[in-house]
Design a protein around this ligand. Structure first.
Ligand code: AMP
Ligand code: GLY
Length: 419
């Protein structure tokens, strides 16, 4: 079978690496991909949201299955477009992807189907929003309703910060339409983890849990980023909690979406906080997480293409996992998530770790940076600690890096998410 993966980041590199191990694949394409993926897949210069062009490419190249990485094409209806012409795609329709595309939709779904989450209200009026903030008090969480590339969430420690977030979103329109509506929700305390599952309608097959480190700097300081590192599985999250979250969160969401006439096919991602009352949802995504995927897929023993095909066929893919830990640290451009320079030559990495490329480009002589998150250095070992040691032995010390930085505490348990 010929297979096409859509996207250009570390997540997609990880997906093509895993797919490249499959014996069932004749040709593996990635659109648009990045220079670091060229050794495992053929990069096709079509952007993620050029849906018509992607459809023509899939038809011309007899693509048997397309797998979609990022959220934007999902919400623009890439799965709907592929289905209309009879092409097979492992991705949710835009109607189902709304679970990621609209926080208020996701919250209503959770309320209706009794999925544990933070209590909330939705507002479009700044004065009413502020009155609610005064009533509830800080800490409190303000979220832009629509897609905001991971920047639309403000965990406000004070009422003033919450007011500022309301002014930014509802009055200054910092996120334009995505922030014209806001969800204000209860602050939840506890350790976060991510649980992803392969989903087709009512059928839910969970992966192992992972933990992402979202803040830019050590000790969870600095701004939120797309994710600075991750590990899987998560030692402080028990099998019991995973079973509970699968049944009470992922399964209820999948079944709820079927009932709503928005049946979901693809990867359903629950961002969870382990509260004293059990796991609660902070967000749903309609796709693989980044960088969680880079540490989860290396532990999957199954043929990933066979998993996608089985799930689409309504069959249990019988997922099996290596009894190991996988840890990954992101090398980012200095300045990220703010402005940063591109075209900086990548540092030399020496060691047995694996490298997953994200924001990279190739000149005639070298790989250079081309994005905020440049690459992820990962390792698999029998213990999380050993995986971490191996990764950190591969990276040069931060002080020696020119134009890049990484967090030195990936894999260390944080006590609280609010500093
Ligand atoms: P999100 O963009 O939805 O993943 O949110 C970004 C980060 O904000 C999360 O990783 C959490 O650390 C934090 N967050 C979101 N919602 C809440 C909440 N209700 N309580 C506490 N922290 C939250
Ligand atoms: N790592 C969080 C996300 O993919 O949204």
């Amino acid at each position: 079978m010929n297979v096409l993966v859509i996207g250009r980041g570390g997540r997609e590199h990880s997906i093509v690496m895993k797919l490249s191990e499959s014996n069932l694949i004749d040709n593996l394409f990635v659109a648009p991909g990045n220079a670091g993926m060229e050794s495992v897949a053929t990069c096709v210069p079509i952007n993620e949201t050029e849906i018509e062009k992607l459809i023509h490419f899939a038809q011309d190249n007899e693509i048997g299955l397309t797998v979609v990485g990022p959220e934007n094409p999902l919400l623009e209806g890439i799965a709907n477009g592929f289905h209309e012409v009879g092409l097979s795609v492992f991705a949710p329709s835009k109607e189902a992807a709304l679970i990621e595309g609209s926080k208020s939709f996701a919250k209503e779904l959770m309320k209706k189907y009794k999925i544990p989450t933070a209590s909330y209200e939705t507002f479009t009026d700044a004065n009413k929003a502020k009155a609610y903030i005064i009533e509830k008090g800080a800490p409190i969480v303000i979220k832009a309703d629509g897609l905001a590339a991971g920047k639309g969430v403000v965990v406000a420690e004070t009422t003033e910060q919450a007011f500022q977030a309301i002014d930014d979103m509802l009055i200054s329109k910092a996120f334009s339409e995505a922030g014209a509506k806001v969800v204000i929700e209860e602050f939840l305390a506890g350790n976060e983890f991510s649980l992803m599952a392969f989903v087709h309608g009512e059928h839910v097959y969970p992966m192992i849990p992972a933990r992402d480190h979202k803040r830019a700097f050590d000790h969870d300081e600095g701004p939120n980023t797309g994710g600075m590192g991750a590990y899987a599985p998560v030692p402080d999250i028990t099998d019991e909690v995973i079973q509970y979250a699968t049944k009470e969160i992922l399964q209820k969401a999948a079944s709820g979406l079927v009932t709503e006439g928005r049946s979901f096919t693809g990867i359903l991602y629950a961002g969870l906080i382990m509260t004293e009352a059990g796991p609660k949802v902070i967000e749903f995504n309609a796709r693989f997480g980044d960088p969680e995927t880079q540490v989860v897929l290396p532990l999957l023993k199954n043929d990933l293409l066979q998993v996608f095909l089985d799930v689409l066929d309504g069959k249990n893919p019988e997922l099996t996992w290596e009894e190991q830990s996988c840890l990954g640290v992101v090398l980012a451009s200095e300045g990220y998530p703010g402005p940063y320079q591109k075209n900086t030559p990548l540092p030399a990495l020496a060691g047995e770790s694996f490298v997953v490329y994200a924001g990279v480009n190739k000149t005639e002589t070298a790989f250079v940076s081309n994005g905020g998150r440049v690459l992820l250095v990962g390792a698999k070992r029998t213990s999380l600690e050993d995986a971490g040691k191996l990764v950190y032995s591969t990276l040069p010390p931060n002080e020696e890096l020119k134009g890049f930085f990484y967090r030195t505490d990936i894999g260390k348990l944080k006590e609280d998410t609010l500093k």
